[in-house]
Design a binder for this molecule. Structure first.
Ligand code: TYM
Length: 335
């Protein structure tokens, strides 16, 4: 395990995980898990940048943990853990805050977008969010960060912070690369297909939750916004709704856009939407079954969670110790 290159990635437990999270990120983690020493995190501290119901947040962290396993992540092969269980994340974030500029943070599109949506709560955490994300990644000396396209800018700032730090103190951090899939890097909102599908959307018809029942999934696809051309053809600009459905269908079936266009040549949108719905149901059903089984055994989940945190802390504290020494913090004298 030690010789392999490292991966770090995470999901915020800030709502129902969507097929965007699955197809854009988690599915690829499962595919990469044999080739890398991987750290997969439930980033609960990040979720606090938007008001959360404490009870719900606690419940969701466990639920996301179970979903990771249900998607096929092996808790023995990978280190799966909750961010707040490893204090080094918050500690390194503080240090890195002192090496990050207000100007670069204020250019972040996610900050600008969230600040617009949560006008009454534009807190400092929302602003420094990417610094905590940089700390997540850099603590583990990760080479690769598999994410959806929306996280590209956060990866770029992570690299900038790491390079800045290294140029002052020597090679402390590995400079990470983003791994963004060719298909499904950006799954769009089913009701407004020019917007990203988001787990925190108020309109339930806008996203497919990974835990939606088959009926709900079929209904949401039936209601998905399309266009009036009645031709299944990939054209993101003029046919964002159909292109998004093609993207989802391509990701779950492995078919190319050309194959999909041929398959539905001469058929109506009704047939196409039904096929997309069925393919998604087929993908999610076994995950949901495993999820339901896992959630019956909370003690097991808790035990795996503790094990993950212990393993993660060991690696993270090594990096944090190095950073503390480099910047000139005095070591405590142990009695
Ligand atoms: P989050 O919780 O918004 O999303 C988790 C992962 O899912 C991807 N994703 C999507 N991919 C395709 N289409 C979509 N509609 C879609 N929506 C979300 C995201 O790109 C992401 O990969 N800041 C991160 C969490 C984070 C993190 C990290 C990620 C914190 N620290 C360190 C990687 C490394 C976030 O908010 O993801």
């Amino acid at each position: 395990m030690e010789d392999k290159k490292r991966i770090f990635s995470g999901v915020q437990p800030s709502g129902h995980l969507t097929i965007g999270n699955y197809l854009g990120a988690i599915k690829n983690w499962v595919e990469l898990q044999d080739d890398y020493d991987s750290f997969y995190c439930i980033v609960d501290l990040h979720a606090l940048t938007v008001r959360q119901d404490p009870k719900e947040l606690r419940r969701r962290s466990l639920s996301v943990f179970a979903l990771y396993l249900a998607c096929g992540l092996d808790a023995d092969k990978n280190t799966i853990f909750v961010q707040s269980h490893v204090s080094a994340h918050a500690e390194l974030a503080w240090i890195l805050n002192c090496y990050t500029y207000m100007g670069e943070l204020s250019r972040m599109t996610q900050f600008k977008e969230k600040a617009r949506r949560h006008k009454d709560n534009i807190n400092a955490g929302l602003f420094t969010y990417p610094v905590l994300m940089a700390a997540d990644i850099l603590l583990y000396q990760a080479h690769l960060v598999p994410v959806g396209a929306d996280q590209k800018q956060h990866l770029e700032i992570t690299r900038d912070i790491a390079q800045r730090f290294n140029s002052i103190y020597g090679d402390v951090f590995v400079i990470p690369e983003a791994y963004i899939p060719k298909v499904a890097a950006r799954i769009m909102n089913l009701q407004e297909p020019t917007k990203k599908m988001s787990k925190s959307d108020e309109n339930e018809n806008a996203f497919i939750s990974m835990l939606d029942t088959s009926d709900v999934i079929m209904r949401k696809f039936r209601r998905a916004v399309t266009d009036s051309e009645a031709q299944v053809r990939y054209d993101e600009e003029n046919k964002p709704g159909i292109s998004n459905l093609m993207n989802i269908y391509a990701a779950v079936t492995g078919k190319s856009y050309e194959e999909i266009e041929q398959e539905f040549d001469g058929k109506g949108y009704g047939d196409f939407k039904k096929a997309v719905g069925e393919a998604v149901v087929e993908t999610l059903n076994p995950i949901q079954e495993r999820y339901n089984d896992l959630m019956k055994n909370k003690d097991y989940l808790q035990e795996m969670m503790n094990k993950g945190a212990e393993r993660a802390a060991r690696i993270a504290n090594r990096t944090l110790g190095k950073v503390y020494r480099k910047v000139g913090l005095v070591s405590p004298v142990r009695g």
